[in-house]
Design a protein around this ligand. Structure first.
Ligand code: FES
Ligand SMILES: [Fe+2]
Length: 357
């Protein structure tokens, strides 16, 4: 494991952007303790259904706002009131924006410092995403949309919780430029096209190749993109159009949590149940392909510097693009300008991995 500073990514240990932090069904009207970005936080669903994320520690005397089972605030069902939450220690109540709105025993006005930090949260496609920003700014782009979510021809994904990985997220990002791992790790053969496009906070990988075991002789074409530093989507057309989501979020500097999901166009429009079963099998195949990367990430040492050869993709440019999230917006804009553009990684005389015939 190495840290952001050891990779020389920027002055902030954690990047700016939207991050998945939970699956929708996990968040109920009971506060949960979560840890991301090296901080203890509390997540809960207010009575209106709104999901709220605030700092875990009460400004009064530092009690953990979620971790309690014995206070009468909790026992009497007063932990969550409307979309607000009460601290179990002395009952101070905080709004979803983190401002204290009630100190039940004090006649004095509420002091301005009586507030907890609150983070912007959206709930979409079965996922809860939060905006993390070391500068404390508002989101400057949206969570990537997914119009197919509302389309009944598509089977909605179920979230695969892949757990925690002692690995800096930059190692996961490297995959976007990693042309040469496709044959040994994923079984691709005869890579016909590998192109990366960098545009502001988005990086795209266009890929076309055959596969050593898939029966079809047709080229597998995928378009994969990151919207910001931590939400990957990948679209594959063909017989079973599908959209992957891979999301990874720092827990601490050099440690991440990872989720996978796959939305599939139903293969069997007449039989919903069969269509769902086929989609689940397809998602499992996709998860297993990701686990092939996962095994490498689990055991590798940090790559702070690539030993790059012809035939490798644009790792340097990709890391320049990724650095924009670890610094101020002002410096990030300069890194964006430096990264913007297209790179086609050409094949070499020798296919990156000996073809099996
Ligand atoms: S520590 Fe939270 S109300 Fe006192
Ligand atoms: Fe991969």
């Amino acid at each position: 494991m190495a840290t952001t500073a050891e990779y020389n990514l920027g002055e902030y240990p954690f990047p700016r952007g939207w991050f998945m932090i939970a699956e929708t069904s996990e968040i109920i009207q009971k506060p949960l303790a979560i840890r991301y970005f090296g901080q203890e936080m509390v997540i809960y669903r207010g009575n209106s259904g709104r999901v709220v994320v605030i700092d875990a520690y009460c400004p009064h005397m530092g009690a953990h706002i979620a971790k309690n089972t014995t206070s009468y605030v909790v026992l009497d069902g007063e932990h969550i009131e409307g979309d607000s939450i009460r601290c179990p220690y002395h009952g101070w109540k905080f709004s979803p924006d983190g401002n204290c709105e009630d100190i039940p025993y004090s006649p004095a006005p509420i002091p301005p410092k009586a507030c907890v930090k609150s983070w912007p949260v959206v709930e979409r496609y079965g996922c809860v995403y939060m905006w993390h920003d070391p500068e404390g700014g508002e989101p400057d782009y949206d969570v990537p949309d997914l119009p197919e979510w509302e389309d009944t021809d598509w089977v909605r994904w179920k979230i695969d919780h892949l757990g925690e990985l002692d690995c800096h997220p930059v190692e996961i990002i490297d995959n976007m430029a990693d042309k040469a791992h496709f044959s040994p790790i994923h079984g691709s053969s005869g890579i016909e096209h590998f192109e990366n496009s960098f545009d502001g906070h988005i990086v795209v990988q266009d890929f076309a190749a055959g596969h050593r075991t898939l029966a079809s002789s047709a080229l597998l074409k995928t378009r994969t993109w990151y919207t910001g530093p931590a939400i990957l989507r990948s679209r594959m057309d063909g017989d079973h159009p599908s959209i992957i989501q891979i999301a990874h979020t720092p827990i601490d500097d050099g440690r991440i949590k990872v989720w996978h999901a796959l939305l599939v166009r139903s293969a069997d429009a007449d039989d919903r149940e069969r269509g769902v079963m086929a989609a689940r099998a397809y998602q499992e195949a996709s998860r297993l392909a990701l686990m092939q990367d996962f095994e490498i990430w689990t055991h590798k040492r940090p790559c702070t510097q690539h030993l790059k050869v012809i035939g490798d993709g644009p790792f340097g440019k990709l890391r320049t693009w990724y650095k924009q999230f670890y610094t101020t917006r002002e410096k990030g804009a300069k890194l964006q300008a430096k990264a913007n553009g297209h790179v086609v990684t050409k094949g070499t005389k020798r296919d990156p991995w000996p073809e099996k015939t």
